[in-house]
Design a protein around this ligand. Structure first.
Ligand code: C2E
Ligand code: MG
Ligand code: MG
Ligand code: MG
Length: 275
């Protein structure tokens, strides 16, 4: 069972800008500008296997860096971007960075770690992304099953046939697909069964319900859905040891959250021991 080391955590906290401490969320124009002027950064957050207590991978989280105001998370801006070209360019940039980072870690003998990347619904609307993923992957030595793509539950619920076909093509390449923010939408078990997904990421709001009377039953039901379908179940936003222990008992296979490490630039990342 994993025990958080408070020294590592404190070290992170001084290096990472949070929404409270950093600048305001950037607008779409700022995202394009940042992309064109080397103003984007990635932070990485460990994903821990609760069965071994070790890091199995990291999630890449986009940041916009400004020399004056500092480093800010994308906030809700990404959801509001309607420019498909910008979204594809952003996703392509993230993909290049992440695969490059994985190769560096491999060369340094770290891991092997998997990578989790976020996709918005709009990014599924284009064939360009699919082409870019397969081309980029082919250009590396990385196994496709180390790449995990996350799509938020509401976006997946709205995905049309063409978007689902793209996901099936990605899955056929060996890429692992998952539902982010699971538990916030209303995906039925029948619908879930028809989706080409390998993992669920349980939204932090579900984990927080453990503090409410009767909340445990809700959490148990959400985890049970994933387990019944044979999916990996990743609990997100885990901040307390007690939360982590209950979620592990209920059948979550993995967890992510400040307890294990806050999102950090690669040079400040202290990973729990890798599997
Ligand atoms: P997400 O994918 O659900 O990412 C998890 C969010 O929870 C991150 O916020 C992370 O910093 C935060 N978090 C992690 N652990 C904890 C914890 O213990 N407690 C609390 N309170 N929060 C925690 P962040 O980095 O602001 O990202 C927000 C959202 O932006 C992400 O949610 C994701 O949907 C989106 N996003 C981030 N990077 C990308 C990207 O490259 N592409 C796309 N399309 N979306 C991205
Ligand atoms: Mg995510
Ligand atoms: Mg999430
Ligand atoms: Mg999300």
């Amino acid at each position: 069972m994993y025990r958080a080391k408070s020294s590592g955590r404190d070290r992170h906290e001084v290096t990472v800008a949070t929404p409270a401490g950093g600048g305001a969320a950037p607008g779409p124009g700022a995202l394009r500008l940042a992309l064109d002027t080397d103003g984007l950064r990635l932070h990485h957050q460990p994903v821990v296997d609760l069965r071994t207590g070790r890091a199995m991978g990291t999630e890449a989280l986009l940041r916009v860096h400004d020399p004056v105001s500092g480093t800010a998370p994308p906030g809700r801006v990404l959801d509001g971007v309607n420019d498909p070209e910008l979204l594809i360019d952003l996703a392509g940039w993230v993909l290049d960075q992440v695969l490059g980072q994985m190769e560096e870690w491999d060369d340094a003998g770290v891991g092997p770690l998997s990578a989790f990347l976020n996709l918005s619904g709009a990014e599924l609307q284009s064939d360009t992304l699919l082409e870019r993923v397969s081309a980029t992957l082919t250009a590396t030595h990385l196994r496709a099953d180390r790449i995990h793509l996350e799509v938020p539950e509401p976006a997946l619920l709205m995905a049309d046939g063409a978007a689902l076909d793209r996901l099936r093509t990605l899955a056929a390449l060996g890429i692992r697909l998952g539902i982010d923010d699971f538990g916030t939408g209303s995906t039925s078990l029948a619908h879930l069964r028809s989706l080409p997904v390998h993992f669920l990421k349980i939204d932090p709001s579900i984990g927080r319900r453990l503090r409410e009377p009767g909340g445990r039953a809700v959490v148990e039901a959400v985890v049970a859905v994933g387990r019944a379908l044979g999916l990996d179940v990743i609990a997100e936003g885990i901040e307390e040891q007690s939360q982590m222990e209950i979620l592990a008992q209920l059948g979550c296979t993995h967890a992510q959250g400040h307890l294990f490490g806050v999102p950090s630039p690669v040079e400040a990342l202290a990973l729990p021991p890798a599997t």
